[in-house]
Design a protein around this ligand. Structure first.
Ligand code: NAD
Ligand code: UFG
Length: 340
């Protein structure tokens, strides 16, 4: 039987870009997704970009039997686990939904991996695990103190993986703490397709530029930053995807099987207004905005210390703000209604 990488949540934004890179590196992929926040249409798009259709299993990670059948029917050598709910506000309103999906779901997945003898996993964590340390540059030693339910689910899963590793040293585990993923595949064929009103900055800007929304509300113009707006470490999704390949490669091929926990960011923050202006330049469209009150829970600024990812994985982000905006615009303008 041909060996494959199981990409859980692989129909989603980051998972689909990573699946393309894995397939283009010569490996086969099985995508497992319940399509709760994604569309089946992405499978044809992935086929367009890779020349092969990935195997697809429609399933939920809380459904043990579907997972078991998937491990039985395919020769899986490693798992990349993107499946999760990710809206911070919703996680505060519906904590059980988040603990069930993100934490219980992960436990079922790890149990079924153990049962199937699959011991290699890369997990999507988030810079949210750090909370608010009081300084902007986060290294992996920054105290772990998430300030919302979503962040706590991510930290719990990281810790579960470390406990599994302690009890079963043959496991190979990596948790990748993403900063702010943006951008799209350079072809404009796959990209981020949020349902409803986007929570995040970049898809919102893109929808203003294309005329779907009137103006961007800039949350806060009085932060202690150079232009008064919040600053974040935006990272191109193609760089994130290559970070997963680097982690998978390290787990599968290195003699050192210590657990890997690293930040994936560029180390260079941009303000909301810098993003707006870069997007106007890339799209040649005006992006109307209005500065309004701060959004509760937001910090003025944070960005990654990216040293460890470079040391451990030999990986670093390559694409800058221009490509982030150009590629988002190509995706948005070629697909004004996303995958519909
Ligand atoms: P996404 O919603 O586009 O992708 C997640 C995918 O998982 C979706 O296709 C969804 O249908 C699927 N899924 C969710 N719950 C599932 C379940 N129980 N069983 C099977 N499939 C399920 O999100 P994304 O932006 O691609 O994020 C991927 C991962 O990265 C998530 O775990 C997220 O928490 C994490 N992350 C994202 C960001 C970000 O800003 N996008 C930042 C840090 C971390
Ligand atoms: N912003 C606006 N207007 C908007 C949306 C965002 O001004 O309509 C601003 C925010 O105030 C912030 C910046 O743009 O300064 C980025 O906001 P996002 O919502 O895009 O991203 P966050 O940094 O708030 O959140 C991201 C992920 C979360 C994750 C968090 C911490 O989306 O999933 O990073 O890692 F929890």
């Amino acid at each position: 039987m041909e060996t494959s990488i199981l990409v859980i949540g692989g129909a989603g934004y980051i998972g689909s870009h990573t699946a393309v890179q894995i397939m283009n590196s010569g490996l086969s992929v099985v995508i497992f997704d319940n399509l709760s926040n994604s569309s089946r249409a992405v499978l044809n798009r992935i086929a367009k970009l890779t020349g092969r259709r990935p195997t697809f299993v429609e399933g939920d990670i809380r459904d043990r039997l579907t997972l078991r059948t998937t491990f039985k029917n395919h020769s899986i050598t490693g798992v990349i686990h993107f499946a999760g709910l990710k809206a911070v506000g919703e996680s505060e309103e519906q904590p059980l939904k988040y603990y069930d999906n993100n934490v219980s779901g992960s436990v079922v997945l790890f149990e079924e991996m153990q049962r199937a003898g699959v011991q290699t996993i890369v997990f999507s964590s988030s810079a949210t695990v750090y909370g608010d340390p009081g300084y902007p540059q986060y290294s992996e030693d920054t105290p772990l103190a998430p300030v919302n339910v979503y962040g706590r689910t991510k930290l719990m899963v990281e810790n579960i993986l470390l406990d599994i590793k302690k009890s079963r040293p043959a496991w190979r585990v990596a948790s990748l703490r993403y900063f702010n993923p943006v951008g799209a595949h350079v072809s404009g064929i796959i990209g981020e397709d949020p349902t409803g009103i986007p929570n995040n900055l970049m898809p919102f800007i893109a929808q203003v530029a294309i005329g779907k929304r009137e103006k961007l509300l800039v949350f806060g113009g009085d932060y202690p930053t150079p232009d008064g707006t919040g600053r974040r470490d935006y990272i191109h999704v193609e760089d994130l995807a290559s970070g997963h390949l680097a982690a998978l490669n390290k787990l599968m091929n290195s003699d050192d099987n210590s657990p890997i926990i690293v930040n994936l960011g560029t180390g260079r923050p941009y303000s909301v207004l810098e993003m707006v202006h870069a997007f106007e330049k890339a799209s040649n469209k005006p992006v109307a905005f209005e500065i309004v009150d701060r959004r509760p829970g937001d910090l003025a600024e944070y960005y990654a210390d990216r040293t460890l990812a470079k040391d451990i994985l030999g990986w670093e982000a390559r694409l800058g703000i221009d490509r982030m905006c150009e590629d988002t615009w190509r995706w948005q303008s070629n697909n004004p209604n996303g995958y519909q």
